[in-house]
Ligand binder design. Structure first.
Ligand code: CO8
Length: 261
């Protein structure tokens, strides 16, 4: 049966403050159709605006986190079609979430799926997860940041080794290269990602957002400018209630209650 494109991303609330967005197109190994991209961008925007959501988990299913862009949607496209699809705008909206985003990767994370994991902040991978940028094998190249984010994560020589051969690599290799934050048993991927998200959700959200913001912006900046940005962001946190609360709780030997103010 044809895939019902109206429900290709599911929204779950596994814990307080945590939203899990699940790409759910198993018949196509979670290939990122335009509709998946639209729904991901839309739901991440909602998470960004929600006062309840403090951390997001992106997940797929046991066989695939996402096996790339949908090749069947692109096979007959020309340059102008590709330009008009506005994929880049949707992708930017997906990457723009100011809140921490954790990828929970089981199965294949290939092409655009590998890039989707790369635009998350933390990647938890199952032992049998498979990563790769196989675009070259079908006559194209990464278009969701893979040439840049993979290189930033693992360095030029490892990145080009995989970008130019299209070879798939496993979770342990991805971890050794620095692409993956943590490797766990396949069954433990989502529980681990959700538990980490819960811990982050209990942190002061403004501090979490500023840490992410300074890390991301700092990657594009000369060190001195980035360090200045870091200092300014730190000083800004001294006008939040959560800074007063965090330090008071430490001194009073009690658990802090952060409110995001
Ligand atoms: N797009 C469309 N359909 C797919 C995709 C995909 N990327 N991946 C798998 N499918 C479909 C298959 O066609 C098959 O459909 P059907 O049952 O109708 O024949 C079904 O999913 C199951 O696939 P397989 O039978 O191949 O399953 P296996 O478990 O044997 O293999 C693999 C799984 C290894 C993931 C294999 O399917 C594969 O190699 N897929 C393609 C991976 C790939 O090349 N990804 C890169 C795509 S290009 C990209 O991501 C960058 C594009 C940048 C531009 C973005 C603009 C839109």
């Amino acid at each position: 049966p044809p895939i019902d494109e109206s429900r290709v991303v599911r929204v779950e609330s596994p814990a307080d403050g945590v939203r899990l967005l699940r790409v759910d197109r198993p018949a196509a190994r979670n290939a990122l159709s335009m509709e998946v991209r639209r729904q991901l961008a839309g739901y991440l925007g909602e998470c960004a605006r929600s006062t309840e959501v403090r951390c997001v988990v992106l997940a797929g299913n046991p066989q695939a986190f996402a096996a790339g862009a949908d090749i069947k949607e692109m096979a007959d496209a020309g340059t102008v079609d590709m330009m008009k699809r506005g994929v880049l705008d949707l992708w930017r909206a997906t990457a723009a979430c100011p809140k921490p985003v954790i990828a929970a990767v089981r199965g294949y994370a290939l092409g655009g799926g590998c890039e989707l994991a790369q635009l998350c902040d933390i990647i938890v991978a199952g032992r049998s997860a498979k990563f790769g940028q196989p675009e070259i094998k079908i006559g194209i190249m990464p278009g969701g940041g893979g040439t840049q984010r993979l290189t930033a994560a693992v360095g030029k020589h490892k990145a080009l080794r995989y970008l130019l051969t299209g070879d798939v690599f496993g979770a342990d290799e991805a971890f050794a290269m620095g692409l993956v934050s943590e490797v766990v048993a396949d069954d433990a991927v989502e529980p681990t990602a959700i538990a980490m998200a819960c811990r982050i959700a209990a942190m002061p959200p403004l501090a979490a957002e500023l840490i992410k913001d300074v890390v991301m912006r700092g990657m594009d900046m000369p060190l001195e400018a980035a360090l200045t940005l870091e200092t300014r962001a730190l000083h800004l946190l001294f006008s939040t209630r959560d800074q007063k609360e965090g330090m008071a709780a430490f001194i009073e030997k009690r658990a802090p209650a952060f409110t995001g103010t």
